[in-house]
Design a protein around this ligand. Structure first.
Ligand code: ATP
Ligand code: MG
Length: 381
């Protein structure tokens, strides 16, 4: 008898002929997630199994975070020939359950001496006999005892929900503008969940922002990395650009102009990393730089699509996702962000493009960007 994890995938089911490609991608991600646990991951009959792990709880905790995994079931694999042992195992797995149940037998081995209704009946009877707290309900049971007869017999009862989505990398690459705030990690998580491999670009204004502020952003990226299976973080030195903007541009436009520089630099990094889109954590009206007019002025510096998955979300909705994915407590640490250090007193909510261009004309954009690009540091988390 062997303990293993059956890994169930959701939306990949919809992928007709491409399904093997998505399954292979998911297997690679699950392997990455369980590395160090001594586990083996393999596909059999279109199903993914994990076996040989040293720590079941840790294995479950890691696998349920992998995008593309819909649920996991702790299962037992055993020889199928001795049906009595299978019943003993089914009784063992239901010993602590209460309420209603049914047995759901499936057999792909059509030579097996018992058919599915016979397995259901016999195993159900044995379970009922052993556990007076259970009743049968074949229509809407609280527990389903799955018995699958394949090359071996597989039994599982518990279904642990996982994160869902698509395996990262199956839908291309995008670059996330990652600040230390609450929103941008959530935005990155949402797009990555759709199978997009993300890299993160962070603008750092040392010494106005501290090393601890940078560490905080790396910690956020590490959290995302559990589901994304590794992320590259590009830290861009932004102090000089901010100083020059601050010095030469109209105060109410500094945030927007700064944002436009972030987009330009992020786009360059994104192209080098073969990304097809940028991602930000903006939502309409959250702050002055996120009015529709303001968002339009930041979009216009890039030819790449800019994805803003939080655009219609309230802050409270964003916070609840941040809590669920484990980034909230890091985001709430008090270290300053480069945007907050140089915030104007009265930012323009209806910015005029001529004013922005007039301000930017005083800056040597190409030179500033080239210098910032030279100082980019790449950290893998
Ligand atoms: P959050 O910082 O979590 O996004 P916020 O409300 O503070 O929330 P802003 O500071 O207005 O948002 O920033 C808007 C978006 O610009 C962020 O969601 C992020 O994508 C990007 N951004 C802001 N500051 C930085 C930074 N220092 N590095 C990288 N991207 C940034
Ligand atoms: Mg922010």
């Amino acid at each position: 008898m062997t303990e293993l994890l059956l890994v169930r995938y959701g939306e990949i089911f919809l992928k007709g002929l491409n399904r093997p490609y998505f399954i292979r991608a998911l297997v690679r991600k699950v392997r990455y997630a369980v590395r160090g646990l001594g586990a083996e991951v393999w596909v059999h009959d279109g199903r993914i199994f994990v076996r040989g792990f040293s720590d079941l709880e840790e294995c479950i905790s890691r696998v349920t975070k992998v995008f593309g995994v819909h649920s996991v079931c702790p299962a037992v694999e055993m020889p199928k020939e001795d049906f009595d042992s299978i019943c003993v195992q089914a009784v063992e797995m239901t010993r602590d359950l209460k309420g209603t149940f049914k047995v759901n037998a499936r057999r792909s081995d059509k030579q097996y001496p018992m058919n599915s209704p016979a397995i259901n009946e016999e195993a159900g009877f044995r379970i009922l006999q052993a556990n007076p707290n259970l009743k049968v309900d074949v229509h809407d049971p609280e527990h389903v005892v799955n018995i699958e007869i394949r090359d071996m017999a597989y039994l599982y009862v518990k279904v642990i929900p996982a994160v869902g989505g698509m395996p990262v990398g199956t839908n291309g690459n995008a670059a996330l503008l990652l600040s230390g705030g609450i929103d941008s990690p959530v935005a990155g998580w949402m797009i990555a969940k759709r199978g997009v491999q993300i890299c993160a670009v962070h603008f750092h204004s040392y010494p106005y922002t501290s090393d601890r502020a940078k560490e905080k952003v790396l910690d956020l990226a590490r959290k995302l990395s559990f589901s994304c299976c590794g992320i590259k973080v590009f830290v861009v030195p932004f102090t000089e650009i901010q100083m020059v903007i601050h010095e030469k541009c109209p105060e109410e436009y500094t945030t927007l102009i700064m944002r436009r520089y972030m987009m330009r630099i992020a786009e360059r990094i994104a192209r080098e990393q073969e990304c097809e889109a940028l991602i930000t954590g903006e939502s309409i009206g959250q702050v002055a730089s996120q009015t529709m007019t303001a968002l339009g002025t930041t979009d216009s510096v890039t030819k790449m699509p800019v994805f803003r998955p939080l655009i219609g979300f309230d802050k409270s909705e964003i916070i609840s996702i941040a809590r669920k994915i484990g980034t909230l407590e890091i985001s709430e640490l008090p270290y300053e962000d480069c945007c907050t250090v140089f915030t104007p007193r009265h930012p323009a909510t209806h910015p005029k493009m001529e004013k922005i261009l007039e301000g930017e004309a005083k800056l040597d954009t190409e030179d500033l960007i080239a210098k910032a690009m030279k100082g980019v540091e790449m950290i893998r988390v």
